[in-house]
Ligand binder design. Structure first.
Ligand SMILES: [Zn+2]
Length: 326
């Protein structure tokens, strides 16, 4: 007999016990102790000689009786066996069959990322293509810890982002973006630990619509998690790096931050050109200025690359103003 048959027989038995115990002993014609069911037919008064329970009223002695302990035991067994049956019927390795809330607890206990010398916690690369489903889930969990650290860093402060804060966050943004690009290649059924991060941030964003500075921070968090640098995901909560952050970066005194600004401007531009729906992002004149006169050679080159890209796809876009769709 298969394990499933055993489980189903046990399920039937425990469900029967539960129902019978719930229904209980319906007889109302016997005079019994309400607590221990001792027969009080021959006893005068309402004090049970067996357990000492004193009934408050005569009617209490004629109640039908529900078997509470059997009922509870049967219910627990029924629920447990129902889970066992679901587990047995589901497909895949155990790590995919255990319910996700349980797995999330296990991953939090046993799936901490290795010590990292980098800007964000990073997953153990050996686990990503392990043959064990558990290992791959741990990898996804560790990646999620890194992405969560990025979200927490951006949301550690409130209000507008200062230039000093921007300089601190830019390396984290690049690390988060690179990490998300790696996650994009994972088997989707095992990417759920990662999906929890943008889903959580998107929920916060839904409640922050009235706070434009907080919204900008949340949009930046999401932007780095949903764009892999070459293409965009089709998530309904897809977000761009906010234009004001790109413009702030393009005008930053630190060349590394300006390069970040050019890079994210380039992404926004690419999306505007590919979809042909959005206006060109603001900041074009800043990019042109960097391309012409920036003191940093690498920044100049990157800005020139972005402009060359724009000119090659839409030769007239720069002369004809903000909309590439004309
Ligand atoms: Zn009694």
């Amino acid at each position: 007999m298969s394990p499933l048959a055993f489980i189903l027989i046990g399920l039937l038995a425990s469900a029967t016990v539960t129902l019978v115990a719930w229904r209980g002993d319906r007889r109302r014609d016997l005079r019994r102790c309400a607590k221990c069911a001792y027969d009080l037919t021959a006893v005068a008064g309402r004090v049970c000689p067996e357990c000492g329970h004193a009934a408050a009223a005569e009617s209490e002695l004629f109640r039908s009786r529900r078997h509470h302990r059997s009922f509870l035991a049967g219910l627990v067994a029924t629920i447990g066996l129902a889970f066992a049956a679901m587990f047995n019927l589901s497909q895949g390795s155990w790590a995919q069959r255990v319910p996700r809330p349980v797995m999330a607890v296990l991953l939090n206990f046993f799936g901490a990322p290795p010590a990292s010398g980098g800007t964000l916690p990073a997953p153990d690369p050996k686990l990503k293509s392990s043959s064990k489903s558990w290992d791959r889930l741990v990898w996804a969990h560790q990646a999620a810890v890194g992405l969560d650290a990025w979200a927490k860093a951006v949301l550690a402060s409130r209000g507008p982002i200062s230039d000093a804060e921007l300089a601190q966050l830019v390396p984290l943004a690049d690390a988060a973006h690179a990490l998300f690009a790696q996650v994009g290649g994972t088997f989707s059924i095992e990417a759920w630990p990662v999906d929890r991060v943008p889903d959580g941030v998107a929920r916060v964003r839904a409640g922050a619509a009235n706070d434009s500075e907080l919204s900008a921070r949340l949009n930046w968090v999401l932007a780095e998690l949903q764009f892999d640098g070459a293409d965009y995901t089709h998530r309904p909560d897809f977000a761009f790096v906010p234009d004001e952050i790109i413009q702030q970066a393009l005008g930053h005194q630190d060349a590394a931050v300006r390069k970040f600004g050019i890079d994210r401007f380039g992404r926004r531009l690419q999306l505007a050109l590919v979809t042909r729906k959005l206006p060109l992002p603001p900041g074009l004149s800043q990019v042109e200025a960097i391309a012409a006169t920036d003191s940093d050679a690498a920044a100049r080159r990157r800005a020139q690359d972005v402009l060359a890209y724009l000119d090659s796809f839409f030769p007239n876009a720069r002369q004809h103003g903000p909309s590439p769709s004309r």
